[in-house]
Design a protein around this ligand. Structure first.
Ligand code: HEM
Ligand code: ISQ
Length: 156
């Protein structure tokens, strides 16, 4: 499937609308992942190290990582529209492959994170939300996930 300029716009415009609330959106994204897959919490070293009752919103890495997922999906949308392919910068991809292998992330987790991402966006911009917007985010995410999974295989 080709990725059109209209699809890129759907992704970029909704992210633009969410950006000012990226702090609370990052938290919601995280909580949604743990609602769907409670066991995933154990994989995040910065949560383990902090102890069970440390408030999640105090974790500096949490917001940065969550926002990075959104930003990378946006970059993926732009690349898909421009070239029909997703190329993550090699150094970044190597790091992501290594981090995720080390954390014990499996293929099924990528579906969990995709659902959490889509749920979070739908909640954040309900007035903009359309099936076309959902499909555009899913395609951008899937292509990005495929690049990371491929690198994870090389790392295993
Ligand atoms: C760490 C992005 C999928 C779990 C990270 C980091 C980024 C990131 C940017 C920060 C560390 C680094 O840069 O190496 C992404 C993207 C994904 C994705 C773009 C999909 C397209 C997943 C999935 C899981 C997951 C499916 C499983 C639930 C983790 C964990 C860490 C991490 C456990 C390490 C946190 C730590 O212990 O420091 N991810 N991720 N990620 N991610 Fe993901
Ligand atoms: C890291 N990888 C995937 C999803 C995430 C969501 C929130 C914070 C960090 C993450």
């Amino acid at each position: 499937m080709g990725f059109s300029e209209a699809q890129e716009d759907l992704v970029l415009n909704s992210w633009k609308a969410m950006k000012k609330d990226s702090e609370s959106i990052a938290l919601k994204f995280f909580f949604r992942i743990f609602e769907i897959a409670p066991g995933a919490k154990q994989m995040f070293s910065f949560l383990r190290d902090a102890g069970d009752d440390a408030p999640l919103e105090k974790h500096p890495k949490l917001k940065a990582h969550a926002v990075a997922v959104f930003v990378m999906a946006c970059e993926s949308a732009t690349q898909l529209r421009n070239t029909g392919d997703v190329k993550v910068r090699e150094a970044t991809l190597k790091r992501l492959g290594a981090t995720h292998v080390k954390a014990g992330v499996a293929d099924a987790h990528f579906e969990v994170v995709k659902t959490a991402l889509v749920d979070t966006i739908r909640d954040a911009v309900p007035d903009m939300w359309t099936p076309e917007m959902e499909a555009a985010w899913e395609e951008a995410y899937d292509q990005l996930a495929a690049a990371i999974k491929e690198e994870m295989k090389n790392n295993a």
